[in-house]
Each structure stands twice: as C-alpha cells, then as structure tokens.
Write a protein that binds this ligand. Sequence first.
Ligand code: AMP
Length: 193
Amino acid sequence: MDLLLFGIQGSGKGTQARKLAEDHGYALFEAGAQLRAIAATDSDLGKLVKSYIDAGNLVPAEVIIEVARAFVGEKSPDTKILFDGVPRTEEQRIAFDTLMQESGREFVGIHFLLDKDEALERVLGRAKLEGRVDDASEEAIRRRMNLFEEMTVPVINVYREQGKIRDIDAAGGVEEVYEKLTQVIEEPVGTIN
Ligand code: AMP
C-alpha cells in the first residue's frame, strides 16, 4: 500500500516523510524536491518551473504529473511509494488517480494537522536555515498556505469521503509525531492524539 502525505507548509511532513521512507523501505517521491531539481537545470522547462516556484505558485499540473508518472514507471509493483506533495489540486488528483489505477497501485493519505500560526512560525525558522526564495517573506509563505487551504484541502476532503484519510496531530516534536505516524499507518481511519 502506498502512502500520500498532506499538510500545510511547516507541518513537518517532509521531515516525517524522509524518516518514514528510510525506516520502512518506501521509495520517496518529494514533489517539491523533484521540481526544484528541474528548476536548477539550464533548460526551458527548468526556467519555467523555477519561475513558478520562486513566485510561490503551483507549477502546471501536467509537469508534476509527468514527473510522478516517470517515477512510478521505474518502480516494481512490490515497491511501496511514499508521495509527499502530490496531488495538490483537484486537477492533479484526477490525473494522479488515473496514474495509480493504471499502475495497479493503492494508497491511503495521511493529513498532518497544525494550526496556521504555529506553521508560519516554523516556516520562518526554517527559512533562515535553508535560504529558500519562496520562504523569504511572511507574505510569500502565507501565499503558499492559502494555496494549500484553497486547492489542497478539497483534495483531502475527496479522499476523506472515500475513507482514505488518516489524521495526525502534528503539533508535537519530531519524535512524538513520528510515533503517531508509525501507529497510524497500522490503525483504522481516525485521529491519533
Ligand atoms: P514544497 O517543497 O512542497 O514546499 O514545494 C515547493 C514548490 O514546488 C511549491 O511552492 C510549488 O511551486 C512547487 N510544487 C511542489 N509540489 C507541487 C505540486 N504537486 N504541484 C505544483 N507545484 C508543486
């Protein structure tokens, strides 16, 4: 069973994804990192992708879906994949569901719940360490957070209606949240507090 991770910027899902993938043998698909790698190339696609990322906008759906499709295509059916950062819009969800169906892959989603103000504090702290252009100002971060609420929360809601979402309170420290995460991937749908 594959896993999809959802959470507002600063919810810690990237950190948890890397840890979980390493400990539990998932192939990790990090949408943001994949796109940043393309943005670093000196190609027309690289320039295009960079312009979206630096502005804090979502790159066009077909770009990220093609990257995901290539990634899935390289994996054997018995390799579990952990998707971090896709799908983020309804358009992506439809294309992503098609990709998963065609590949015969099943998944559940995990939603890391965190208060927006706390999430903002965390991202501002991270920005100093990583020097990301898109984390540089409170305005830029808020913009991406609004995109999460407007575009990605509806995706989570569709999956929730399908019984595919498990919630985790992400307010604690890395180890505490990780413990909940490992618990929740073995538990039925619900929130682990
Ligand atoms: P992240 O590292 O997840 O914060 O993503 C950084 C940036 O990459 C986002 O602000 C978007 O510009 C782009 N990005 C990441 N994932 C997606 C996606 N699924 N669809 C479109 N753009 C994305």
